[in-house]
Design a protein around this ligand. Structure first.
Ligand code: TA6
Length: 312
């Protein structure tokens, strides 16, 4: 049975894991598992799912959930000595009943505040006290906003340094028909080529094979154009200089046990991130990283859509 709060419902999800449901209207909703502070669903006014959840996703700790929006903290990928993508995505988060005020410019009645603090094991592998607060809000136009605030609460006077990503899996109709606008001409590190640095060429990013790139110093807006669905996702980000673009394609998908063989056709990860310049916080300092996702109908057909307009 769901428990009602003014701004969210608390319910049981898969395998009895606690989840939060945000509802903006009859069909517009989002779901967040306390396991991982992990957004697993975001739907539009027609009830269509906008995030990709793996057909083989495992909702069983300590395996992170494959799909939705995993959080990478305090380490992105293997940029450090911790487990890949850090530990935040497979810890149990709590609802934060009295978060410090968060100035926002959108009027959202559907939101939840979560908090993660390190457990004893975390302190052994990453000896730093922190408070990671995250507000997840569903706005009046259906936009989904994740605002992370990470504070150094060390009492030993020591600073700490971390990398971060919102590892968002977007749902797309056919990866071969998708274009990403806003990253062209930028420098990137190619994860498939020993993270060598290249400069992107061409008009837009399209997909015809495995892609795993970290775009550097990216603009605050990126658009993902889904030709077949006539839908454009707009990613707006603050405090997150980099953007990772990942699709495992067919061969690599087969090596990922919790990803269906065909899933890659219907997913694209575009991840707002802070990687090239890790964030350092002294005790008492706080960092904020905000992600806003919206899905708008696009009139894209034979090149009609001017992506520049979407990005303006
Ligand atoms: O963000 C891209 C990436 O770092 C890829 O290199 C790929 O391995 C992916 O994330 C998934 O990582 P995961 O640990 O969730 O299997």
């Amino acid at each position: 049975m769901a428990t009602e709060h003014p701004s969210f419902e608390l319910a049981k999800g898969i395998n009895g894991l606690d989840k939060i449901i945000l509802r903006e209207s009859r069909n517009r909703s989002a779901e967040v598992y306390l396991y991982g502070g992990h957004v697993t669903s975001w739907t539009n006014e027609n009830g269509e799912e906008l995030l990709h959840l793996s057909s083989k996703a495992i909702f069983k700790p300590p395996k992170p959930i494959r799909g939705g929006i995993p959080l990478c903290f305090p380490q992105f990928s293997n940029f450090g000595t911790l487990e890949s993508h850090g530990f935040a995505r497979n810890r149990i988060w709590e609802v934060d009943a009295s978060p410090p005020p968060l100035p926002t410019n959108s009027s959202s009645n559907a939101f939840v505040d979560l908090i993660l603090r390190p457990n004893e094991d975390d302190l052994k592998s990453w000896p730093h006290n922190f408070e990671f607060r995250m507000r997840i809000a569903l706005g009046s136009e259906g936009e989904l906003t994740l605002t992370s605030r990470i504070r150094n609460t060390n009492s030993d006077g020591k600073p700490f340094t971390f990398t971060f990503a919102y590892h968002t899996y977007f749902s797309v109709s056919d990866i071969s028909e998708v274009r990403v606008e806003g990253l062209e001409t930028l420098d990137y590190l190619d994860n498939l080529k020993n993270r060598e640095r290249f400069t992107e060429q061409g008009d837009a990013i399209t997909f015809e094979s495995e892609t795993d790139k970290i775009y550097l110093s990216t603009p605050t807006k990126i658009a993902i154009l889904d030709h077949e669905k006539k839908r454009t996702f707009v990613v707006r980000k603050d405090g997150l200089a980099d953007a990772v673009v990942w699709n495992p394609w067919d061969k690599r998908s087969k090596t990922i046990s919790d990803l269906g063989d065909e899933d890659y056709k219907h997913m694209l990860c575009v991840e707002a991130a802070a990687i090239e310049r890790p964030i350092t916080l002294k005790p008492g300092e706080e960092w904020k990283g905000r992600l806003e996702l919206s899905a708008v109908p696009s009139s894209y057909s034979s090149g009609q859509l001017d992506p520049k307009k979407v990005l303006e």
